[in-house]
Design a binder for this molecule. Structure first.
Ligand SMILES: Nc1ncnc2c1ncn2[C@@H]1O[C@H](COP(=O)(O)OP(=O)(O)OP(=O)(O)O)[C@@H](O)[C@H]1O
Ligand SMILES: [Mg+2]
Length: 360
C-alpha cells in the first residue's frame, strides 16, 4: 500500500467512490477526524493511521506504519487480542469492539488510556483491511466519575440534612406540640403565661436549629464574612503547623460576584491550596484576587515542583477537572500554568456579575 490515497480511492464502498466534491480530498477528511483511525491488514499490520491516532498513542508521524496493531494494546491483553483479531477475520462485520468491556489503549510510553473502538471491514479484490476507529475516553470517563462523585456528595448532604432535621428540629417541634397542649388545657392564668414563655423559648430553639442546618449547606464564613475573609480563615486553619509561607492579597470583590460565583472562587482556591500541600513541595503560596476590567481574576501560585499540565489529565485525579467544571458552571474559565520544576499557577477568571440597575 503506497499511501492513504490508494486506500481511500480504491477501497471505499461504491457510494463513496464517486468524485470528491470540488476542492475536497478524502485524505484530508481522514486526517481531520477527531477520532483515531487505523487501517489494519489481515496479518495485523498497520497500513494507515491518521494524525489523531499518532497523538492518542504518542508516536511520531509515520512511526506506526508497518507495525503490529498489538503494540497499541496493553501487553497483558496482547495475546488475547491477536486471537480475537484472527477470529474477526473469519467473519468480519462492522461492529463496536468489546461491548460491555473496559477497553484500553497502550501509548508509546507504556501508559494506558480508556478507549472505545469500532471496527469495520474494508477492501476488495482479495485484499482485506479492518478500519479501527479509536475514541479516547479519558475525559469522558473522568466526567462520569466526577458525576458519580457529585451524586455521592449530594447523597451525603441529603443524609446529613435528614439526620439533623430528624434529630433536632423534629424533636424540638414535638416538644412544642406537647407544651401547646398543656397550655390549652391550663386554667390557672399564672401557670398559663409561664407555659407560654416556655413555648416561645422552644420555638426560638427550633428556628435556630433550622438556621443552623441551612447554614451547613455553604461554608458559613462565606455568607457571614465574605469570600476573602473566609479564605483567610480557611488558609490559617489549613496551613497551621506547616512551614509554608502564604499570603492573600485581594481587592474587595464580594459585591461584584454572585453567590454561586463566590462559592466557586472559594472551592477553586481550596482545591488549589490542597494540591499545593499534597503535590508541590512548595515553600511559598500566593493568592491574588484582582478586579481587572470587568473580570475578577484569581491566581494561586506556588514555587514548588510544578508539573506537566497536559500529562496531569491522564492521572486519576478529579481536582483539576472539577475546578474547570465549576468555573464553567458560573461563566468563568480556569487555566493551569506550570512546567516541571517551575512551580504552578492556577488562574480563575470570573465575569463580574453586574447588578441590575435600580430606579432612583
Ligand atoms: N500545585 C501543584 N504542584 C505540583 N503538581 C500539581 C499541582 N497541582 C496539581 N498537580 C499535579 O496534577 C495532578 C492532578 O491534580 P488533581 O487535583 O486533578 O488530582 P489529585 O490532587 O491527584 O487528586 P484529587 O484532587 O482528585 O484528590 C496531581 O496528581 C499532581 O501530580
Ligand atoms: Mg487535587
Amino acid at each position: 500500500v503506497a499511501g492513504a490515497s490508494h486506500f481511500l480511492t480504491h477501497d471505499l464502498p461504491d457510494q463513496l467512490e464517486r468524485e470528491a466534491p470540488e476542492g475536497l480530498d478524502y485524505r484530508s477528511v481522514f486526517e481531520a477526524a477527531a477520532d483515531g483511525i487505523l487501517v489494519v491488514s489481515t496479518d495485523g499490520r498497520i497500513v494507515e493511521a491518521n494524525a489523531e491516532s499518532y497523538r492518542q498513542f504518542g508516536y511520531e508521524d509515520g512511526e506506526l506504519i508497518g507495525r503490529s496493531i498489538e503494540i497499541l494494546v496493553p501487553e497483558r491483553l496482547a495475546d488475547g487480542h491477536e486471537r480475537m483479531r484472527e477470529a474477526y477475520h473469519s467473519g468480519p462485520r462492522a461492529r463496536a469492539m468489546g461491548i460491555g468491556m473496559e477497553l484500553r489503549g497502550r501509548r508509546n510510553d507504556g501508559s494506558e488510556f480508556p478507549v472505545e473502538i469500532s471496527l469495520s471491514p474494508q477492501g476488495r479484490n482479495g485484499t482485506a483491511y479492518v478500519v479501527c476507529v479509536v475514541r479516547d475516553m479519558t475525559e469522558r470517563m473522568k466526567l462520569r466519575h466526577l458525576g458519580l462523585a457529585a451524586i455521592k456528595g449530594a447523597e451525603r448532604e441529603r443524609h446529613r440534612i435528614a439526620q439533623e432535621l430528624h434529630d433536632d428540629t423534629a424533636q424540638l417541634l414535638s416538644a412544642v406540640i406537647l407544651r401547646l397542649k398543656l397550655l390549652v388545657d391550663e386554667e390557672d392564668t399564672a401557670r398559663r403565661s409561664e407555659a407560654g414563655r416556655d413555648l416561645r423559648e422552644q420555638i426560638r430553639d427550633a428556628a435556630e436549629s433550622v438556621r443552623r442546618i441551612a447554614r451547613g449547606l455553604r461554608p458559613p464564613a462565606l455568607e457571614d464574612a465574605g469570600v476573602v475573609t473566609a479564605l483567610r480563615g480557611h488558609a490559617r486553619a489549613f496551613f497551621e503547623g506547616s512551614d509554608l509561607v502564604w499570603e492573600i492579597h485581594a481587592d474587595g470583590v464580594d459585591n461584584l460576584l454572585g453567590e454561586d460565583q463566590k462559592l466557586v472562587l472559594y472551592r477553586v482556591v481550596q482545591e488549589a491550596m490542597s494540591n499545593v500541600v499534597r503535590h508541590a513541595r512548595a515553600s511559598r503560596l500566593t493568592v491574588l484576587i484582582r478586579l481587572v476590567d470587568s473580570l475578577v481574576v484569581t491566581s494561586v501560585s506556588d514555587d514548588g515542583c510544578g508539573f506537566v499540565v497536559e500529562a496531569a489529565g491522564n492521572g486519576p485525579g478529579l481536582g483539576l477537572l472539577g475546578m474547570r467544571e465549576r468555573a464553567a458552571g458560573v461563566g468563568g474559565r480556569i487555566e493551569y500554568l506550570s512546567n516541571a520544576g517551575e512551580g504552578c499557577t492556577v488562574v480563575l477568571t470570573l465575569p463580574v456579575n453586574i447588578p441590575e440597575p435600580t430606579n432612583g
